[in-house]
Design a protein around this ligand. Structure first.
Ligand SMILES: Cc1ncc(COP(=O)(O)O)c(C=O)c1O
Length: 404
């Protein structure tokens, strides 16, 4: 066994280009949302192959605002949004903060994603949307979901927080539904430190989103010039009697803009995106291809022919029949320098915040199974095959000691 290595869960790349931009932005003193946020949005939209991208202050806000758009199309407070039971808690929180009731559907153990065969049974008169999650960058079954959505007249909002670089039948996550919500938190593939971004092909949705992120203002142009040298925008004073439309509020909004410094980090990340993605994919696939050796006690996800997994992290599930616990595994890995995160929880039955909805333990057996037995570890760009070998060897060593 080689010497102890450190395998952190996440990293952040701040390329020279970003540092230069940050300095320039600081010197200019124009740090609130402006031309660099616009530029980041354009580049991100291009990457995902959609017409519009709207940057916000977190992935959670991206989910909230994407769902809040539905209020413009007749959705009412307390209407329902279908989400998978297993996800990072932000998925469920976003539904609640957008004014809806989350209706949870169990997941499949092998894909970790919503079980499409169970969605129809969860649809009621009040259902307005389905929000699938591409957990661990593995695309949800979007064809199945979109067919049901069309049949029942529902919107589909992808929670693509972990799915940068994921492809489903050749198309990027975030371009597969009405709207896509990405996190740009630092463990994610493109990061702004903290941040989020919503993708859509609808110019109308994008305009609503630009208003929602800034208090519901009527001032919501795609090409905002306020942050440029002149600071003067002739479009502003077009309200009745020449009022400033920046102070006309069309809807109940949020305060969740991205700032220029964050956008500068994002722009640098986009410049290096191909390299980051290649490195992460190489790490992930290296481990996935060698994971069968730990079966049946430890398993992970598989990449199918019709998809490319966005290399967010490596999920690991302690299966029935193992003679060790998840706690023993995480303690062993952590002591060996390999950082771990749990593979989230069944939101309705394992997260007390959702107890008010009245679900009972046992209703989401697969989500609960993963919630008790899953972890995930890093594959980021500052790691290489040496670290991946170390992870594999450490898992092997663990099984030799703990599996009776
Ligand atoms: C599936 C999922 N949805 C939403 C979010 C929320 O993103 P943020 O932490 O940027 O608010 C995350 C965060 O990692 C996530 O993993």
């Amino acid at each position: 066994m080689r010497n102890k290595m450190i395998v952190p869960f996440g990293t952040i790349s701040i390329p020279e280009h970003s540092k230069k931009l940050i300095w320039e932005i600081l010197e200019s003193t124009r740090i609130s949302s402006g031309k660099y946020v616009r530029r980041f949005e354009e580049k991100f939209a291009e990457l995902i192959g959609v017409k519009e991208a709207v940057a916000v202050s977190s992935g959670t806000d991206a989910g909230i605002l994407a769902l809040a758009v539905l209020h413009e199309y007749g959705a009412k407070q307390g209407d329902e949004v279908i989400v998978p039971a297993l996800s990072f808690v932000a998925t469920g929180n976003a539904v609640v903060h957008a004014g809806f009731r989350p209706v949870f559907v169990d997941i499949e153990r092998d894909t970790l994603n919503i079980d499409v065969s169970k969605i129809e049974a969860a649809i009621t008169e009040r259902t307005r949307a389905i929000m699938p999650v591409h957990l661990m960058g593995k695309p949800a079954d979007m064809d199945g979901i979109n067919v049901i959505a069309r049949q029942y007249g529902l919107y589909v909002v992808e929670d693509a927080a972990e799915a940068h670089g994921a492809l489903y039948k050749g198309k990027p996550a975030g371009s597969l539904a009405d709207l896509g919500a990405f996190s740009l938190y630092l463990a994610h593939i493109i990061t702004t430190g903290e941040g989020g971004i919503i993708t859509t092909d609808s110019e109308e949705h994008a305009e609503i989103l630009r208003s929602l992120r800034s208090h519901g203002r009527a001032c919501k142009c795609k090409e905002c010039t306020l942050n440029t040298a002149s600071k003067y925008c002739p479009k502003r004073f077009q309200g009745d009697n020449g009022e400033d439309i920046r102070f006309v509020f069309e809807r109940i909004g949020y305060s969740s803009k991205m700032n220029e410094l964050e956008a500068a980090i994002g722009l640098g990340n986009i410049e290096h995106y191909k390299d980051i993605l290649t490195k992460r994919r190489q790490n992930l696939l290296y481990v996935l291809k060698r994971f069968d050796r730990f079966s049946p006690y430890l398993t992970t996800i598989k990449e199918e022919l019709n998809e490319q997994i966005g290399p967010h992290a490596i999920p690991i599930i302690v299966q029935d029949g193992a003679s060790f616990t998840r706690a023993e595994l995480t303690n062993y890995l952590e002591k060996k320098g390999i950082e771990t995160r749990t593979l989230f929880a069944s939101m309705p039955t394992q997260c007390p915040g959702f107890a008010y909805l009245g679900y009972k333990e046992g209703q989401f057996p697969n989500a609960e199974y993963i919630g008790k037995r899953g972890i995930h570890i890093g594959v980021h760009q500052d790691l290489g095959l040496e670290e991946m070998d170390y992870v594999l060897e450490t898992l092997f060593e663990f099984l030799e000691i703990y599996q009776k």
